[in-house]
Design a protein around this ligand. Sequence first.
Ligand SMILES: Cc1cc2nc3c(=O)[nH]c(=O)nc-3n(C[C@H](O)[C@H](O)[C@H](O)COP(=O)(O)OP(=O)(O)OC[C@H]3O[C@@H](n4cnc5c(N)ncnc54)[C@H](O)[C@@H]3O)c2cc1C
Length: 426
Amino acid sequence: MKTDQARRRLLAGLGATLGLAAAGLPLGGSASRARVVVVGGGFGGAAAARALRQFAPDLEVVLVEPSAVFRTCPFSNLYLGGLRSFGSLGHHYGYLQRRHGVRVVRSSARAVDPERRQVRLVDGTRLGYDRLILSPGIDMRWDALEGYDQTAAERLPHAWKAGPQTRLLRRQLQAMDDDGLFLMVIPDNPYRCPPGPYERAAMVAHYCRRHKPRAKVLLLDAKDAFSKQALFEQGWREVYGERIEWVGFSGDGEVVRVDANQRIVETAFGNRHQADVINVIPPQQAGYIARQAGVTDRSGWAPVKAGTFESRLVPDVYVIGDAAVAAPMPKSAFCAHSQAGVTAAAVLASLAGREPPEPAWLNTCFSLIDSDYAISISGQYRLRDGEIQEVSGGVSPLQASQEFRRREAEHARDWYAAMSHAIWGA
Ligand SMILES: Cc1cc2nc3c(=O)[nH]c(=O)nc-3n(C[C@H](O)[C@H](O)[C@H](O)COP(=O)(O)OP(=O)(O)OC[C@H]3O[C@@H](n4cnc5c(N)ncnc54)[C@H](O)[C@@H]3O)c2cc1C
């Protein structure tokens, strides 16, 4: 009952970001027969497709996504820790099609032709569009870390896209010796989910506490500070004692080379670490299709107009989610969802020849330290002087009761249920 109430509250909060678009955007004349193509059925893309159809039921919305089942990165760390099944991370597109009338095309976009306003799929089919929304997430930068390419990732998984990589990492963790070393290589900013590696460390430690009592977790980090650091360090210590060790950039945490066959990583100062399981999270960039469409710059990410997330480089193409440069918003599922609502409203306004509504975005990222212990960071964002600015926000208090941490863990579970429901429907 309590969970249902919390879920309703969360849904109301999620709806509030979309609500700003829901009012007063009837499409007239030819705009109501327009077609919006959305590439990517993850947090940003599926939410945008759904919001577009909710706000403009006559609009043709085509969602291009290769997977029949979308597996969420959120809570994939809990799967590694043994707190969630792999199946529970999967979401289908049936409800989006049946209930919301989104046309889901199960394919990959191969190329975008902005001149002709067409998306070409891998089978050669061309989809014309009036507006295009890209939410392809991330790709790994395979050239960024010596020795780490797609083949190496089969031995040293990144598990930074949920799916086979996540299962591989879990199998390796299960097969590790009781006194084994689990080593994680963490990149510099920006990357998908700033607190994700540190939650993963906690979940791996959680698993080890029960199944590998003498195992250690070593984090080699290319930066000196990270999201919710004081809270994570406190939580790790309280729950797992000395099991987790974090080494930042100044302490020789930057890994510059990996040897996948020997399971060795080498740091900038020339130190070598061998480990039983190595989880390499490499530097990242916007998904391939964003790069191919010409919406990314030299950073590998897509610069966008702050109020609408229309590309600064290609007109009528909008980029949301992790692929976009949206700082100070983090690359999170919550932000991708929030951007989806704002951008859906902006797309509809643009089709109707109107000014976009005043945007507002939200974020909350929960991180589990233990099954009944979570911490969070929140932010509210507004457009100020043409830039996205954080207008309020904060993190969980350092001094808090066990009951407080337990309730945050409950909120995390409610958040996941509410967010999945708000996007994929069930
Ligand atoms: C371990 C981990 C834990 C996380 N935990 C949280 C959390 O607790 N809370 C939170 O808010 N965020 C969390 N995140 C971050 C979150 O996963 C991302 O920010 C979010 O998924 C971004 O949404 P997106 O739409 O940009 O990309 P995605 O959700 O990855 O969706 C991209 C989709 O695009 C599709 N695609 C890509 N290329 C093409 C193409 N050419 N044609 C068609 N489709 C294509 C892909 O198949 C995919 O389905 C976590 C991330 C990780 C790695």
